[in-house]
Design a protein around this ligand. Structure first.
Ligand code: 7RM
Length: 641
């Protein structure tokens, strides 16, 4: 049996001989070759299409990096134009299925035409190189078109997940000073419609920069259309030329900003640039997913997250892959929707999250068993540690014991997969994301930057720059420096705890900062706390991540009330709804405990460890730093009541 405690290699899993024989990367020598990192990445970059090659591979002035500086490149050109010359012009770029079963297919030629037209629309509406475009859309092909159209004209995009609230959207628009928002009337969600345009209208009430809104008609929902500001996508796309030369952007021009949660209440605008990012995502996508020309590749992530950016859009399209894109959820209309889709479209590679796998486990194997999943040849996992039980279930019941699983560790900030198996080479151990990708240097360090011994817990560090690394936090170089490079100068602090076993395999434990990973989505405790204290009944709030069977972590909040407010179940419900409305449904706390006092140190810092012990029903550990023991007694009685 596999146990996470011993990690003995003899318990590992290997790809079948058949898989290995056909694998794109089958020579372990790649790790040695890539020891010359700059040569390795330069050789990979050279497989992209450049208008002008770079002057230097890397300029590293820690913590600021420039990759392929002096090079001229366009991301949309690499995703589209260069596939049009040969037989790939008529190859399917996107196969789409909507929540209601409607389908669409776009060849590379058709996607190219649509992107060029929309890029011309953006130019006509006044979008210039360097202008940030906010995209707030459902999982429909137009979302990809919008991203690539921005890339084509050198306008960085900022995609905001469609599940975020008007407030969250507003903060992101304001931080990026966007002049334009691309949205849809609504978004289907389990048979209901989320009112995206209504949310945009609400968000824009407190925004001064936005001049134009473009709306895709997805649902036919009745919406407000302001005559000067709002444009229907189908109107502005009429009679537009499909000829739009790609902007020759600098390798270091911003391709996109993506907001992610951190330790403060203010989300960070992670900045990714063009040449290095594309080199990183194209290489990792091709090698890790063993991409062949006839694959039908399905990444289930929403385009609102980094996985959607890197492994639904930029990686696969740069590689000329056929991407399957799905708008809906796994349980609508039935709990076998994913498996129906795999068999209907002959999906060969499936990339999803542990939380989804645990959900499928809970629903039972009879759902996948109803369908023919024999087209699958490779599986992927991302977003949080995958527990060995879920790994085994995925391997047995989805992969039919035939498909290697690539457990890929990376972050919004890293842009690309960093620690992962190469499926034709690396022996897999359930629960371990295995080893750093060729050309990537990762270590486990202690607080003072010393490497820890095998099997000892420390912090994940990336010790050399990599091409898809974030370049800064939008508008906040200092926060970039302090957050990621402040602990160990020159080495990147990832914010994860982990250990390395005797075989050099990485075992990620989870976040060590105040970030909760709910179903693979990052939520800052500070964000939830500041949403709570905005409610008139709340005096103080503290949040923690509580272990959860399916979601990995769930949010539990402890709240003290202002004078004059009385604790009640109705108030608890109201506070949960309030957080969901302020941030988005993903941030809705599972539990809110109303308590007369929070456990604090003498200097007034909330001791979250004690809250975690209470929430998870453990005996409370060390309380010597507590200012007042009565806080804990009060909390315990609440928990037991
Ligand atoms: C891609 C993504 C990043 C955080 C990261 C980890 C956790 C992601 C894995 C994982 C264990 C994995 N970006 N994480 N992948 N933990 N094994 N394979 O998820 O910015 O949204 O989150 O997610 O804690 O720091 S993210």
């Amino acid at each position: 049996m596999i146990s996470t405690g011993t990690h003995s290699l003899q318990n590992g899993f290997n790809a079948s001989e058949e898989f290995k024989k056909k694998a794109l990367i089958s020579d372990p020598g790649i790790y040695e070759t890539a020891e010359d990192r700059l040569a390795f990445w330069a050789e990979r970059a050279a497989t992209l299409s450049w208008f002008k090659t770079w002057d230097t591979v890397l300029e590293w002035n820690p913590p600021f990096a420039k990759w392929f500086d002096g090079g001229k490149i366009n991301a949309a050109y690499n995703c589209l134009d260069r596939h049009l010359e040969g037989s790939r012009a008529d190859k399917k770029a996107i196969i789409f299925e909507g929540e209601n079963g409607d389908t669409r297919e776009l060849t590379y030629q058709e996607l190219y035409d649509e992107v060029c037209k929309f890029a011309n629309v953006l130019r006509t509406l006044g979008v210039k190189k360097g202008d940030v475009v906010t995209i707030y859309m459902p999982m429909i092909p137009e979302a990809v078109v919008a991203m690539l159209a921005c890339a084509r004209i050198g306008a960085p995009h900022s995609v905001v997940f469609g599940g975020f609230s008007p407030d969250a959207l507003r903060d992101r628009i304001n931080d990026a000073h966007s002049k334009i928002v691309i949205t849809a009337d609504g978004s289907y969600r389990r048979g209901k419609i989320l009112p995206l345009k209504e949310n945009v209208d609400e968000a824009l009430q407190n925004v001064t920069t936005v001049e134009k809104v473009i709306i895709v008609n997805r649902t036919g929902l009745d919406i407000n259309v302001c005559s000067e500001r709002d444009f229907w996508y189908h109107d502005v796309m009429k009679d537009v030329s499909p000829v739009c030369p790609a902007e020759e952007t600098d390798a270091e021009d911003i391709l996109f900003i993506l907001y992610t949660s951190g330790t403060t209440g203010k989300p960070k605008g992670v900045v990714h640039t063009t040449g290095g990012y594309l080199t990183g995502v194209a290489t990792t996508h091709e090698y890790i997913f063993d991409i062949k020309d006839d694959d039908v590749y399905w990444c289930t992530a929403d385009i609102g997250w980094i996985t959607g950016h890197s492994y639904l859009v930029y990686g696969p399209l740069t590689n000329g892959t056929t991407v399957f894109m799905f708008e809906g959820t796994p349980d609508y209309p039935e709990k076998d929707r994913y498996w129906e889709l795999v068999s209907k479209y002959g999906v060969t590679i499936l990339y999803t999250a542990p939380t989804a796998i645990r959900t499928f486990m809970k629903w039972g194997q009879h759902y996948p068993e109803k369908h023919n999943l024999s087209s699958l040849r490779l599986l992927g996992s991302v977003g949080e540690p995958i527990n060995p039980e879920a790994w085994m279930w995925y391997y047995n019941h989805i992969g039919g014991e035939r498909c290697p699983i690539v457990d890929t560790w990376w972050q919004t900030e890293t842009g690309m997969i960093m620690i992962t198996p190469l499926p034709g080479i690396t022996e897999m151990k359930p629960g371990s994301c295995t080893v750093p990708f060729p050309g990537i240097k990762a270590e486990i360090l202690n607080r003072s930057g010393q490497p820890v011994a095998h099997d000892e817990v420390g912090y994940v560090a990336i010790t050399e720059p990599w091409p898809a690394m974030l370049r800064t936090i939008y508008g906040d170089d200092k926060r970039y420096k302090d957050t990621y490079w402040g602990n160990w100068p020159g080495r990147y602090f990832a914010g994860d705890g982990a250990k390395v076993d005797g075989d050099g395999y990485f075992w990620i434990i989870g976040r060590v900062d105040d970030v909760i990973n709910v179903s693979g989505h990052r939520i800052g405790t500070a964000e939830v706390e500041s949403a709570l204290v905005e409610h008139s009944a709340v005096a103080e709030a503290a949040c923690i991540g509580k272990n959860h069977d399916v979601k990995g972590q769930a949010i539990a909040a402890f709240v003290t009330l202002r004078e004059g407010y009385v604790a009640s179940d109705i108030l608890v419900q109201e506070l949960k709804n309030h957080v969901a409305a302020k941030i988005g449904a993903i941030a809705r706390p599972d539990e809110i405990h109303l308590t007369p006092e929070l456990p604090k140190t003498r200097s007034g810092k909330i001791i979250r460890r004690i809250l975690r012990d209470i929430a998870e029903g453990r005996p409370i550990g060390d309380t010597t730093t507590l200012a007042d023991e009565s806080a804990v007694i009060a909390l315990q009685s609440i928990k037991n009541s």
